[in-house]
Design a protein around this ligand. Structure first.
Ligand code: ATP
Ligand code: MG
Length: 266
């Protein structure tokens, strides 16, 4: 059962994707994605490997430009904004990248404080203090602050990534596969941390995962991406009752059903 309140359907839309298309060469990845994420809501996108989940996130962040359609943040169409306005809209988003994406040459606290120092021009002493607070918030002791990413386990790196994502107290946080590569217990720890940090910040959250336990735990609503479109959106309760054969197959993790599973033999 999700820990978030479900009474968020009247909140204003924070992020909207309107008929977003994105192809790479002849490969169509997004083929008309429509999606609304309401303020304060935790929305989870599920879908198979290579279906375009990360591409969707990158289109919202402006790291990729949709071929057609558009993305709105706070009702503003990103493609019509000036460079400065665009940066402002994006700067309210914190991001936990799929790979963790820590800078190996920077210490843990410098990773966490990166945006505070680079974008907000905060002095190092103040930034380190905040970094240590954020590390504590994700359950890491001060002693970790001066170590380097290479010294940490996968679970600890995820926590550092999470501390970095929340360092600027963002209004919106994106989590790309936050539990991939972690054991089930550490996955659950990270899920709980996501729920508690998002709650503490009162943030809007968008998470991408193929881990259904994680989705169930952190989602107010779940959206499924398949063949370039959002084919289903609903609450966890609705997920368990749906008769949609694609959703049912994905949730059951079954190799048989309507979803085309490409199996490449090396
Ligand atoms: N910059 C790029 N250039 C070319 N192709 C790309 C690029 N980014 C993504 N793709 C392709 O787009 C498709 C979707 O990629 P994406 O990373 O969004 O998948 P995903 O749903 O996040 O998968 P996974 O669950 O494995 O992370 C893939 O076929 C990928 O190879
Ligand atoms: Mg991905």
């Amino acid at each position: 059962m999700a820990l978030f309140s479900r009474k968020k359907s009247n909140e204003p839309v924070k992020i909207r994707l309107h008929n977003v298309h994105k192809a790479f060469g002849t490969k169509k990845v997004l083929a008309g994605v429509d999606l609304e994420i309401r303020t304060g809501e935790s929305l989870v996108i599920i879908g198979g490997s290579g279906t375009g989940k990360s591409v969707t996130l990158k289109c919202i962040l402006g790291l990729l430009t949709p071929d057609s359609g558009h993305v709105e943040i706070d009702g503003k169409n990103l493609s019509t904004l000036s460079h400065k306005e665009h940066d402002e809209a994006i700067s309210q988003i914190g991001m936990l990248f799929q790979s963790g994406a820590l800078f190996d040459s920077l210490s843990v606290w410098e990773n966490v404080a990166f945006s505070l120092i680079q974008n907000q021009k905060m002095n190092k002493q103040e930034a380190k203090k905040i970094a240590i607070e954020k590390l504590a918030q994700v359950g890491l002791p001060q002693s970790v602050a001066d170590s380097y990413p290479a010294d940490l386990s996968g679970g600890m790196r995820k926590r550092v990534g999470l501390a970095r994502a929340i360092a600027t107290n963002p209004n919106v946080i994106f989590f790309d596969e936050p539990t991939t590569g972690l054991d089930p217990i550490m996955s659950d720890v990270i899920n709980d941390l996501i729920v508690s940090t998002v709650k503490t910040l009162g943030a809007t959250a968008l998470t991408i995962t193929h881990d259904m336990n994680s989705a169930r735990k952190i989602a107010d609503r779940i959206a499924m991406l398949y063949e370039g479109k959002i084919i289903w959106v609903g609450t966890v309760k609705e997920l368990d009752k749906t008769t949609n054969p694609y959703v049912r197959q994905f949730v059951a993790g079954s190799a048989t059903g309507p979803i085309d599973v490409e199996v490449k033999v090396a």
